[in-house]
Design a protein around this ligand. Structure first.
Ligand code: FMN
Length: 506
């Protein structure tokens, strides 16, 4: 394993698919590296519920190499915590190597984080902010590949440019990367602009690379995992947010949140971790419950808890309140959501582990636009809505689009495709066109046209011309009947009032 100079040689370690199959055991279900969230206690819970490989949170190579306390906390693991990949960030080959040499006997591979898009990564010059420094990356990956006794792996984001993404991945493979995780989003897709990951890039890389690959992004349930495996041809699928909301995601079940929380806290008793991690996990698990207006006190209690007993008490309260509904002993009347937190009105089955569906980047842009307009003209802002192409649309239409985007298991492309199929714009304004309109207009413009040009649109049910003709007919043929019919006529017209102009019905 180790040569005369103390260096591990590449000849003695398993590489590529041998490493994937024999060392890792061909995992398909992978828990992502998550700062402050993929700690030992959580990993153990996930393994119990079907995770076949876990990543550690990302560690700073420099701190790990030089701060014994940081390293001791980071290396918290146990015999059952395998297979395990430990992830580092850094921008210096020797520094990362120093850290990795100290970690290698506690894990099955060392991963380099090349995907982090956060401002802190920009300041520290690591993660996705290295994705244009191919010489440096070659140096880092090659050094680890040559000097470690375990394989080196990488986690990347895509470039918008497909061809560049492929060259990037090939460069890492050529430098010695033995397994590549591809997060199908660009560096710019983060925070409220996260949006949907594009698996087609991952599929393309899979067709050109020889090393094993994991796909990451858009995994909200087990059906997504299998769809992703089928669509991209990758070897495994990695989940982060979906896993935090449902640690049993890889078993395709939705257990009650208190069950997962209790089991997690039992692992925390065995493998302690900072209270901030625990709070983070419980807030994620209880996301849907904590959004309910009546639970605001519970939310405050959890926010200020920092002892294991306090966390257990919160879990007990959640269980006491929701278990009778879960058992069917009491009929659940959906509760009202806190409007300051969620745009949904009611929450259904909030006590079951379920994914959190992020708002789309379009609705985020919409909110920003509304705020900006509000600042200029408070009355106008409330009336302005835009679709993803920037066209102004009605409030009703906007609500419909938002509802569609919140529907689980639909990629943005699918939602958009359906929307495109049905949605044509009015030729006179940016509102949606009536699907049967004679003049390719929205209802309002169509009505204006029919009034102004004395015509009918049966598609919209706007029959101005016919009604006026009918009115004239009555006027001309029965002076006597006119008054009695006029009332009926008016009644008929009320649903679609025709302005009474000179020469029209009096
Ligand atoms: C709480 C949290 C912490 C994360 N920490 C890391 C990390 O340490 N290293 C890393 O490469 N990615 C990290 N990520 C990104 C995820 O690994 C993953 O790439 C991203 O969330 C997309 O996957 P998802 O759609 O399944 O959430 C983190 C994500 C979350 C939500």
């Amino acid at each position: 394993m180790v040569n005369d100079e103390g260096d591990a040689t590449v000849n003695t370690k398993l590489l590529g698919y041998d490493f994937y199959r024999r060392t890792l055991g061909s995992p398909r279900y992978v828990v992502a590296p998550m700062v402050d969230q993929s700690e030992l206690a959580w990993r153990m819970l996930c393994r119990r519920y079907g995770a076949q490989l876990c990543y550690s949170p990302m560690y700073h190579a420099n701190l790990f190499a030089h701060d014994p306390k940081y390293r001791k906390d980071a290396l918290q693991t146990c015999a059952e915590d395998r297979p395990l990949i430990i992830q580092f960030c850094g921008n210096d080959a020797e520094q990362i190597l120093d850290a990795a040499l100290l970690a290698q006997e506690h894990c099955d591979a060392v991963d380099i984080n090349l995907g982090c898009p956060q401002a802190i990564a920009k300041r520290g010059h690591y993660g996705s902010f290295l994705q244009d420094e191919w010489e440096l990356l070659t140096d880092i990956v090659r050094t680890l590949h040559e000097k470690l006794s375990v394989p080196v792996t990488c986690k990347i984001r895509i470039f918008e440019d497909r061809e560049k993404t492929l060259r990037y991945a090939k460069m890492l493979e050529a430098a010695g990367c033995q397994l590549l995780t591809v997060h199908g989003r660009t560096r710019e897709q983060k925070g409220p602009l996260t949006g949907v990951a594009d698996w087609s890039y991952i599929k393309e890389l899979r067709q050109h690379l020889k090393i094993p690959m994991f796909a990451n992004g858009n995994i909200l349930g087990l059906e997504d995992v299998h769809r992703c495996l089928d669509e991209t041809g990758v070897d495994g699928v990695m989940s982060a947010e979906g896993n935090l909301h449902n640690p049993a995601i890889f078993q395709g079940i939705a257990p009650p949140v208190w069950q997962m929380a209790k089991e997690y806290l039992e692992f925390v008793e065995l493998y302690p971790c900072p209270s901030s991690y625990i709070r983070g996990h419980l807030f994620k698990l209880f996301h849907h419950i904590m959004n309910i207006r009546q639970n605001s006190e519970l939310r405050d209690t959890l926010a200020t808890s920092n002892q294991l007993e306090q966390f257990q008490a919160v879990v007990d309260k959640v269980q006491a309140k929701y278990e009778p509904y879960h058992r069917g002993e009491v009929v659940y009347v959906p509760e009202e959501m806190d409007a300051t937190i969620s745009t949904d009105k009611l929450e259904l089955n909030a006590w079951l582990c379920q994914p959190y569906i992020r708002a789309s980047p379009e609705s985020h842009r919409q909110k920003i636009a509304e705020k900006e307009l509000e600042a200029v003209d408070p009355n106008r802002a409330k009336r302005q809505y835009f679709d993803k192409d920037g066209n102004e649309i009605s409030r009703k239409r906007m609500k419909k689009l938002r509802r569609r985007q919140r529907r689980p298991n639909k990629t943005e492309a699918q939602v958009h495709q359906r929307h495109e199929r049905r949605l044509q714009y009015c030729t006179a304004c940016a509102n949606p066109q009536g699907s049967k309109c004679e003049f390719n207009l929205c209802r309002v413009c169509c009505k204006d046209k029919c009034y102004g040009e004395d015509c009918d649109c049966p598609g919209h049910g706007i029959l101005i011309k016919s009604r006026r003709a009918k009115a004239k007919h009555y006027q001309e043929h029965s002076k006597l009947e006119e008054n009695s019919h006029c009332g009926v006529l008016r009644e008929n017209l009320d649903s679609d009032p025709v302005p009474v102009a000179a020469g029209d019905v009096p």
